[in-house]
Design a protein around this ligand. Structure first.
Ligand SMILES: [Zn+2]
Length: 163
């Protein structure tokens, strides 16, 4: 069966999910099944509440007709509680396209309980018109994949752990 809270497959005989600790729950009356869903949703939200996802973004300036790196900054993208399964959430900022067939590297930092973990994620350059946007989608076992593109067409990164 899958964990109610994070959807990770729970092995037979285990009492708790190995990813998030949510228990395997039995109830004495089938009428109360909705209650399990609610408990799982609350558990997931409380786990995600203190987590945030940041992107290292780069800004260039023109100096003497040349482009020079003027700023590298950590841009807060999403709070964990904004994330959903299956449907990416999108950050409003426009990003310039990079015209390449080589994989790009997204430098993503997960901040949780005062601790920061950085992941260098590989993602293909989406072939779309206009600005790129960056999104994130929740996956099984409290992992996340980043999306690059727009609501119609996107490329996904590999997944990384949130907790
Ligand atoms: Zn779980």
């Amino acid at each position: 069966m899958k964990c109610y809270a994070c959807r990770k497959e729970i092995e037979e005989g285990r009492e708790r999910c190995s990813a998030c600790g949510f228990p395997v729950i039995y109830i004495v009356d089938e009428k109360d099944a909705e209650n399990i869903r609610k408990m799982a949703d609350d558990y997931r939200q409380s786990k995600l509440e203190g987590v945030s996802i940041e992107l290292t973004a780069y800004q260039y300036a023109i100096e003497n007709d040349e482009l020079v790196l003027s700023e590298e900054r950590s841009m807060p993208l999403f709070k964990g509680s904004q994330l959903n399964f299956d449907m990416p959430v999108w950050f409003e900022q426009d990003f310039a396209q990079i015209d390449t067939d080589e994989p790009l590297t997204l430098n993503i930092t997960v901040a949780a309980e005062g601790k920061k973990t950085t992941h260098a994620l590989s993602v293909k350059a989406p072939k779309i018109d206009g600005f790129w946007h960056i999104g994130a989608v929740l996956d099984d076992g409290f992992t996340v994949r980043m999306a690059l593109g727009n609501g119609q067409k996107m490329e996904m990164s590999e997944s990384f752990s949130l907790i």
